[in-house]
Design a binder for this molecule. Structure first.
Ligand code: GLY
Length: 564
């Protein structure tokens, strides 16, 4: 790295070696945060009933599927990052959707070979085989201590009795109105009489309640086999989709080792492929460590973050995909030697240009809806889960008689090499459509462990997820509380387009002037983005802290275990 006034700060992250008191073995209670008050209440209900964090994760995931159908659902998938307190084991439950066996690399192109985005976004052709039902059964059977009939009960109640329409949901219903209108089953639930519902009116989902009851009674066969599977396949095929019974029967949850790394006394655990999150975070954090970013003046730290993101997002596009189908040079991409090369190319007087980097050869497209929640229980078990159905309401197609809104996760594949998507993200054949493949994701549920604190972090936000999680990690290292972590204005760079997108307040006037002078193109993001959730356990002080992003309608809750 070249710097006009090179700061000699060999001490690194000094605060990390500050005296840390005797760390508590267990948290003083439980804490959680999610994107909807009813989902947070569902998780708390299960923890109060004697469930652990994994049981609560089942309850929150299912409740979000009912009350936040814009972000995730039983017709979608996600990554559940788990920490088991007794063994200290971290594992990622990969419930990502999988392309059906009849999928082909060109299925979202027209006869002229052009990518047709509506095909991969709207309607049943856009839907990959859902992973969330299998993941919830897996969590319950392998990690939980309560039966699914108990952990799914809050969601079943919400689906059967209904929940009131909030402004957030109403805005997204308006946005997807046309596409939802084309699916009679979806319109019946969300657009009563063919119109937007009244604010505060109840949305009832009896078919979804019945589907959840079947899952509670029969486990994975309640979704992937028998009458439900037949109904799903028939409904998809009658509306132009390509699912087969065998696609559902062969779907399996994968347990994967997370991306884990330690730098300057900080341990980070994050999502591994098919998410790009952990790989990008590891590469970026290495560059920031080698350049002493935490010790630099604010504007230089931001310069370093942007430059590190530029290369990491280029590499994401070039190399990453489904680990069961493509070889990825992850060791090289996250090595210290490579981070040194990147660091050496950064000039603190001058922005680089993305066009000067060797380009990858394709582009991918991702939705920005999605959802996240964070949980810690009184034993110290943790869950960071980011779940999605891609665009708001996924494909906006509900399979008749099932209550299941299908995802449009096929849109996270690279529809055609070399074509930029709506978010300007690019990809290569590593992320091409193919039978049984899982599309590349940006979802990055993450744990951060410093000598003092444990943080459970994550957010929705499409291509911006990884940057937001990175900024959340840096806030954690700065010692910020949960409210600051979720609230601080954000900025983002993703290689292409070659611009820094920022929320109001992300840069001071002076920082804007300096970064512009150095050659960065700064553009207002036009709106606030993200819906971050943070749970913090301070082991040294035996305290818990949690916060939901003020940009959303979510809530957090901290309950301390009463003294005996
Ligand atoms: N569909 C958003 C993601 O997986 O990153």
């Amino acid at each position: 790295m070249r710097h006009p006034v090179r700061l000699n700060l060999a001490v690194g992250l000094l605060w990390l070696v500050a005296v840390v008191g005797q760390a508590a073995e267990h948290p003083p209670g439980y804490a959680l945060s999610s994107a909807h008050p009813a989902a947070t209440a569902a998780g708390a209900e299960i923890l109060e009933a004697g469930g652990n964090a994994f049981d609560a994760a089942v309850a929150v995931s299912a409740a979000l599927a009912v009350v936040e159908p814009t972000g995730s659902g039983m017709g979608g998938g996600g990554f559940w990052l788990l920490h088991q307190a007794d063994s200290g084991r971290d594992v990622m439950v990969d419930g990502r959707e999988e392309a059906p066996s009849a999928a082909t690399a060109t299925m979202f192109q027209n006869d002229a070979g052009e990518a047709v985005s509506s095909l991969s976004r709207d309607g049943p052709l856009a839907a990959a085989i859902p992973g969330q039902p299998a993941a919830l059964v897996h969590l319950a059977e392998k990690y939980g201590r309560l039966p699914l009939s108990r952990t799914l009960a809050p969601a079943i109640r919400l689906a059967r009795d209904g929940f009131p329409v909030d402004g957030h949901l109403l805005a997204r219903l308006a946005y997807r109105f046309q596409t939802l209108s084309r699916s009679p089953a979806a319109a019946r639930v969300f657009l009563p009489g063919g119109s937007l519902p009244e604010p505060g009116s109840l949305i009832r989902q009896p078919d979804l309640a019945a589907m959840l009851e079947l899952l509670a009674a029969k486990g994975r066969d309640g979704f992937y086999a028998g009458p439900m599977a037949q109904r799903l396949v028939r409904g998809v095929r009658e509306a132009g989709g390509i699912w087969q019974l065998q696609d559902l029967a062969s779907y399996r949850v994968r347990e994967r080792a997370p991306i884990t790394f330690e730098l300057n006394g900080v341990r980070v655990v994050s999502a591994s492929p098919p998410s790009s999150g952990g790989v990008v975070l590891k590469q970026v954090m290495r560059v920031l460590s080698l350049t002493d970013a935490m010790e630099q003046p604010s504007v230089d730290r931001k310069h370093l973050v942007i430059e590190a993101l530029r290369t990491a997002y280029r590499d994401r596009a070039a190399w990453l995909g489904d680990p069961d189908h493509v070889d990825m040079p992850i060791d090289r991409l996250t090595s210290e030697a490579y981070a040194r090369e990147i660091a050496d190319a950064i000039d603190l007087e001058q922005a680089r240009k993305s066009d000067d980097l060797v380009p990858p050869q394709t582009l991918i497209e991702e939705g920005e809806h999605t959802t996240h929640f964070s949980i810690i229980d009184a034993e110290g078990n943790r869950v960071a889960a980011t779940l999605t159905i891609t665009l708001s309401f996924g494909s906006a197609f509900m399979v008749p008689g099932t209550g299941i809104l299908l995802n449009d996760e096929m849109d996270d594949f690279s529809a055609k090499p070399g074509v930029p998507n709506a978010f300007g993200l690019i990809g290569t054949s590593a992320n091409a459509v193919g039978p049984g493949r899982r599309p590349l994701s940006s979802m990055s549920p993450t744990f951060v462990e410093t000598p003092e604190r444990v943080a459970i972090l994550g957010t929705p936000g499409g291509s911006r997820i990884i940057t937001m999680v990175l900024l959340g990690i840096l806030e954690t290292l700065d010692g910020s509380d949960a409210t600051t972590i979720v609230s601080r204005p954000r900025y983002h760079h993703q290689y292409l387009p070659d611009a820094v997108y920022y929320e109001p307040g992300a840069f001071s006037d002076e920082e804007m002037a300096t970064l512009t002078e150095r050659g960065f193109v700064l553009k207002s993001a036009g709106r606030e983005y993200g819906n971050f959730h943070a749970v913090l356990w301070n082991r040294a002080q035996a305290t818990l802290d949690a916060a939901a992003d003020p940009r959303g309608i979510g809530t957090s809750r901290v309950e301390l275990t009463p003294d005996d």
